[in-house]
Design a protein around this ligand. Structure first.
Ligand code: LER
Ligand code: MN
Length: 277
């Protein structure tokens, strides 16, 4: 069965970002976001922390336990947003730091039985890094971080982004071919419906074709508001996910508009009505 999740951002520098709840990593902030998530019937939360070091292990453990929630996934994008690291950086030392940053978050997430996400941290090839070199660097990093995730019994989630955020992979099919041809057996695709609305000809078909490589879904409408507030028709997407036997999370990674609680409420409704069919 598919599961539902909602995003919680703990990074002040990302407060304009597409996350439903924004709070500081204190007990009170996490408890309140988790309380609302549980009240709305979500199965889990997806967390966007500042770093492995700042990961609020105890507070999160308590909040999840109090509200009977799971940790769906953990984002690594703060490595870019806050620390300006990314995996394809022209400076090899910064590339190593980027990998270490992600590995640290894989360890924190793994303790909770959750996978980590490589989205913004894939970066872009630029300067004296050619596309071919960039892809070699990406393949090496994903393969090795995927192995690292397997120590925790987890996969690593790789997220193609839209053309304004990366020049590596923007479509699921090309990313799938890349993962399969580059020894990235423990890496799965994160399909973000917002990016797909920009880049795919047919999002449902892309999901069908990615099949068992689909590891996580960012559940967003075309405008990155809650599903139902934009132009996306969720029916063929759910049909595609059911048809590939997807049993992972739909996670609302959207703007908190008109309010965080309303965005969460509408997201929950847009997921749960399919679950009860
Ligand atoms: C991360 O999941 C993502 O979708 C990027 O657009 C960063 O905001
Ligand atoms: Mn996303």
């Amino acid at each position: 069965m598919m599961k539902s999740a909602v995003t919680i951002c703990l990074v002040p520098e990302a407060k304009q970002g597409p996350f439903v709840f924004h709070c500081d990593p204190t007990a009170a902030g996490l408890q309140e976001s988790c309380r609302i998530a549980a009240e709305l019937g979500f199965h889990g939360v997806e967390v966007f922390p500042e770093s492995a070091e700042a990961f609020p292990r105890e507070h999160l453990m308590r909040s999840l336990a109090t509200h009977h929630l799971s940790l769906a996934a953990v984002g690594t994008g703060a490595g870019w947003v806050k620390h300006k690291l990314h995996m394809c950086h022209a400076d090899s030392q910064l590339r190593s730091q980027a990998r270490a940053f992600i590995a640290g978050i894989i360890d924190r997430a793994g303790e909770f039985g959750a996978p980590a996400i490589v989205g913004s941290m894939q970066g872009r090839f630029e300067g004296n890094i050619s596309r071919d070199t960039g892809l070699n660097i990406l393949a090496d990093a994903l393969a090795s971080l995927g192995d690292h995730a397997s120590r925790h019994g987890q996969v690593l989630l790789y997220e193609p982004l839209n053309r304004y955020e990366t020049n590596l992979f923007t479509q699921q099919a090309e990313a799938a071919t890349f993962l399969q041809s580059r020894d990235c057996g423990n890496v799965r695709l994160l399909c973000d419906l917002f990016h797909m609305n920009i880049e795919e000809a047919d999002s449902a078909r892309a999901i069908l074709e990615a099949g068992s490589l689909v590891g996580h879904i960012h559940w967003a409408d075309s405008n990155r508001w809650a599903m139902g507030r934009g132009q996306t028709n969720p029916n063929p997407i759910i049909a595609a996910l059911s048809s590939i036997g997807y049993d992972g999370y739909l996670s609302a990674e959207i703007f908190p508009r008109p309010t965080a609680t309303e965005a969460a409420r509408q997201s929950a409704e847009s997921m749960h009505r399919f679950f009860s069919q």
